[in-house]
Design a protein around this ligand. Structure first.
Ligand SMILES: *[C@@H]1O[C@H](CO)[C@@H](O)[C@H](O)[C@H]1NC(C)=O
Ligand SMILES: *[C@@H]1O[C@H](CO)[C@@H](O)[C@H](O)[C@H]1NC(C)=O
Ligand SMILES: *[C@@H]1O[C@H](CO)[C@@H](O)[C@H](O)[C@H]1NC(C)=O
Ligand SMILES: *[C@@H]1O[C@H](CO)[C@@H](O)[C@H](O)[C@H]1NC(C)=O
Length: 293
């Protein structure tokens, strides 16, 4: 505008100045989307005011917010005003509206312009994985895996289930929630007839940001070896209700008792002989440990 004015004749310019009303304010926001929790900067600009007597106020959802000091600059015979407001965006701002109000002596009603914060807001999804069965899946039973992707904005997302670098399934759009955000569940079923272990990975890429991965290891029909004792305790009830295992369990106890009795006899014998007492005690505890394993 300043660059154009010198080409116009002074009389025409004077006429323009008298006729022209102050311009409608313009709000400019961040160029890229801003994550919930970060600060965003907005500028409000309006021109052609006849005097310096201009005040700018900002509101978010009708609540007054603080702004930086207003700048007023003269262009030929009129004035332009610029005001800057900085505010942190939150997940609840999907439906928030920022408004710049400009009051000057020439206008009866304040001029105003609004800006929907959803146009610059990005709310990252919350990603979890759910399975219909715990990590040990019986053979030939179907297990359902769900990647739960909650409360994201905008609705610009890629969700995919993968295993061993192969894509099983993918989806692109969520369904709207009441607060204006979006959610998506991506589900698939798996059944295995052979004992095997698979790691399933849910990858989520939202609004071109870096991809988030959530993994889940499933054991199909394989007892994890390292946790043998824990499985033994968990299957305690099953053990008591199964006669075959009961008998095996009792037989094991009897064998252990006989061995301990044998060790006791040997220990007593060596005590009687009064030989290598501490060494024989160590030997017996080691053997007991060996039995327990
Ligand atoms: C605008 O300014 C006038 C006088 O300067 C004042 O009476 C009026 O209350 C102001 N309006 C608003 C909305 O600030
Ligand atoms: C996704 O699944 C969760 C629990 O499994 C459920 O609470 C939620 O409503 C589902 N969301 C959608 C969009 O289906
Ligand atoms: C997964 O299995 C359940 C029943 O267990 C069925 O209702 C559902 O439609 C299946 N889903 C898919 C994606 O195949
Ligand atoms: C699972 O199904 C396969 C083929 O349908 C069958 O050969 C196998 O015996 C089944 N295994 C179990 C543990 O039921």
């Amino acid at each position: 505008m300043a660059a154009l004015e010198p080409r116009l004749s002074p009389t025409f310019l004077l006429l323009l100045t008298f006729l022209a009303l102050p311009s409608q304010p313009m709000i400019s926001g961040p160029v890229d989307r801003v994550d919930a929790g970060a600060l965003a900067t907005f500028n409000c600009l309006a021109c052609k005011f006849p005097s310096r007597d201009i005040t700018v106020t900002w509101t978010k959802n009708r609540n007054r917010i603080e702004a930086l000091p207003t700048t007023i600059a003269k262009y030929d015979t009129t004035y332009c005003v610029t005001s800057t407001a900085q505010l942190p965006l939150t997940e609840k701002d999907i439906n928030s509206r920022l408004t710049c109000h400009i009051n000057d002596s020439s206008s009866e009603k304040p001029l105003q312009q609004s800006y929907d914060l959803r146009d610059v807001l990005r709310v990252a999804p919350h990603v979890t994985v759910e399975t219909s069965l715990s990590s040990l899946i019986p053979l030939n039973r179907s297990v359902r895996l769900t990647c739960v992707v909650n409360n994201f904005y905008p609705n610009d997302i890629v969700v995919m289930w993968m295993t061993r670098d192969k894509v099983i399934k993918s989806a692109n759009y969520g369904t709207p929630n009441q607060d204006g955000s979006f959610s998506l569940n991506l589900t698939f079923n798996r059944t295995k007839s052979e004992p095997s272990k698979y790691t399933y990975t849910c990858g989520v890429r939202h609004n071109s940001q870096s991809t988030v991965y959530v993994e889940r290891l499933l054991n199909f029909g394989m007892q994890p070896k390292e946790n043998g004792n824990i499985c033994f305790i968990e299957s305690g009830l099953f053990l008591l209700s199964n006669p075959g295992l009961w008998i095996g369990f009792l037989l094991g106890k009897i064998v252990t008792a006989l061995l301990l009795f044998y060790l006791f006899l040997r220990k007593s014998a060596s005590r009687i002989a009064g030989l290598r007492k501490p060494a024989s005690r160590n030997a017996s505890t080691e053997e007991q440990r060996g039995l327990a394993e």
